[in-house]
Design a protein around this ligand. Sequence first.
Ligand code: ADP
Ligand code: GLC
Length: 480
Amino acid sequence: MQKILFATSEVYPLIKTGGLADVAASLPRALLKLGQDVKILLPAYASVMHKLTSGVKQVAQLQIEGREISINQTRLPGSRLNVLLVDIPEFSEREGNPYCGPDGSDWFDNHKRFYLFSKAAELIALNQAQLDWRPDIVHCNDWQTGLIPALLSLHPQRPATVFTIHNLAYRGLFSYQAFADLNLPQGFWHHERLEFYGQMSFMKGGLAFADYVTTVSPSYANEIQRPEFGCGLDGLMRYRKESLAGILNGIDMDEWNPGTDPHISVNYNRRTLGNKVKNKLALQADLGLNVDEKTPLLGFVGRLVDQKGVDLILAQMPRLLATQCQLVILGSGFPHLEVALQKIAAEHPGRVSVTLGYNESFAHRIEASSDIFLMPSLFEPCGLNQLYSLRYGTLPVVHAVGGLRDTVFEESAEAITDKGNGFVFHHPTAELLFEAINRALQLYQQPALWKQLQLNAMSKDFSWDQSAQQYLNIYEKLLA
Ligand code: ADP
Ligand code: GLC
């Protein structure tokens, strides 16, 4: 059994802005199931502390840069997982999004907040936090935790470190002044360490210093070694390729299960697939869309940012609306995308429904109700929504990148085997997206084939069992 400290800035259901939160809840759970001793390390955000009305106890008090910082412990709701909450006032006394203020710009002191969080991780990792628990492995996630492997590298007796890239596009960049404000060794200001074209990159701390680097799909692990996807870090990724692995994310098969999902109108499974359409009828009625079971419903849920290819959908809207389909969209993000989508919804009542904001329960309803799920991402490290869609028999239309390429497969209508489960286009153009949607709409008119694809999609095992074992193999290799 290994002791694993899993450091993350998000974990579902306590705090979530995207897929990282889902992974940070479900991977540690799977490791626990494999008999490992896992503790999650999370900043004690104000909103998290409000949610946890009971069951929180202080387990340690740390001295960091002359400040007293307490560590509280709780259980992740609905699980046996322990969560250590680092009570830094810059997190615990601030409401709102973990990374940015109400106007959408980054918190001015993000470098300091996540530096202090990393210092706490360092002390816990070295068993200097009176917890009487010394992890064998510190598993870090994304730029927010990138300084942890860097700080630990300064200690000869330390746990092994693994750093997982969930999204290389967020490099955690700060000015030289920000670097100078932190108590980091001057030697870290070097292009093989934290320095990145005159700035400091927290992400590079993980990439350069971790004993092993992983990312969330095999295809993305290859892509980030190329300039098109490497975000300026592809050279470093190539340099690290012997200690870089792409491990496909799993999903929480209980949370995302159409057979038991409490958020959806009517539960269904492979044998009762006929009930799926009742979810569509209920959603159409609730959203003021024309209620018609034969009209194909296209769903989209996601962050409204460039990565997700929303522009491609917008560019093809007139052609999409010339078909019989309806659209249901849930997301939040860049104001120009929000405004453009809202305008289309206002112009096409009964056909297009756009909901801005974040709504977990509604996301489940869209997955269950839609016939087709749109995921035309320009890049996608793994993507969870296409996996949720597959599990719900909602066939995804995806651009063949990253985890989308590894999980969604299109076969010609004449030769569908047990592999075909969606629609795939190979270059990120609006035209090719439309053609793929059109192929989906054509096939939708052939119920027997459509059902076969749905059953293929729903039969695939996306549980964490295999992937968690792969992480465990890496931990074991590092400790050998
Ligand atoms: P990313 O992490 O890049 O945002 P993923 O597909 O890995 O993409 O994960 C996105 C997760 O966030 C999914 O669980 C999805 O349902 C959820 N999500 C994204 N936007 C919203 C929203 N507006 N409301 C509810 N859930 C959302
Ligand atoms: C990131 C990626 C997404 C991935 C998620 C969880 O947010 O954008 O593709 O699924 O992390 O690993």
